[in-house]
Ligand binder design. Structure first.
Ligand code: ATP
Ligand code: MG
Length: 199
């Protein structure tokens, strides 16, 4: 499961656990991505902080782990390269990429989307308010490429990292939106409190 995880929240964790049981999967690897500063006026956390929060969030689940594969890579980081790298390391394991519908609808804009689709199976967790754009997918991808996309209904949790960042900036509670360990880390490090001055 790739994402900026800025911060990781219960929507990510519950989705990952539901997908793990439904497919079923042996393991879910959370892969924080490199990313430019946010454009929504909230302050972004550093890659180190995002990685640390993701590690804290998954530590209790023996089926969850975190990879810094994208953060360690120099230059632009593409999912297609990440999948290829994981494939070469995973000794014949079948790889799945878990995304929300919003990310899937944008997939055609990613680097080498057709090669990416063909390189693994995509599990799309439905996300409230964001239906999968079947017409757009049919326009951008062949039926063979689309056969790599599997939609999986998951509990609808209207939680987004952007809402969490906005709540912190406004001094509102984020309890139960993120694991306690993540809440404590955010508090201790004073993350997301101020507006990003350059924006
Ligand atoms: P932001 O608000 O900053 O865009 P986000 O909450 O969407 O953050 P991301 O790190 O961008 O989180 O998401 C990583 C992946 O998790 C994406 O594929 C996204 O669709 C999915 N996702 C995020 N929130 C949820 C949720 N509440 N339920 C299901 N999937 C989610
Ligand atoms: Mg998002």
């Amino acid at each position: 499961m790739g994402g900026t995880f800025d911060p990781i929240h219960m929507g990510h964790l519950i989705t990952a656990e539901m997908v793990r049981c439904a497919v079923p999967l042996d393991e879910v690897l959370f892969i924080p991505s490199a990313r430019p500063p946010h454009k929504d006026g909230t302050r972004a956390a550093s890659p180190e902080d995002r990685l640390a929060m993701t590690k804290r969030a998954v530590q209790e689940n023996p089926h969850f782990s975190v990879s810094d594969i994208e953060l360690k890579r120099d230059g632009l980081s593409y999912t297609v390269d990440t999948i290829a790298e994981l494939q070469s390391r995973s000794h014949g394991a079948t790889l799945f990429f878990i995304t929300g519908a919003d990310a899937m609808n944008d997939l055609y804009l990613w680097h080498e989307p057709k090669r990416l689709l063909r390189s693994c199976q995509f599990i799309v967790a439905t996300r409230q308010g964001v239906p999968l754009d079947e017409l757009l997918l049919a326009e951008k991808f062949t039926a063979e490429e689309r056969s790599h996309i599997q939609v999986l209904p998951t509990p609808h949790l209207e939680i987004a990292s952007s809402t969490i960042r906005a709540r912190i900036r406004e001094g509102l509670s984020i309890r139960y939106l993120v694991p306690r360990t993540v809440e404590e880390y955010i508090e201790k490090r004073g993350l997301y409190r101020e507006h990003d001055k350059e924006l």
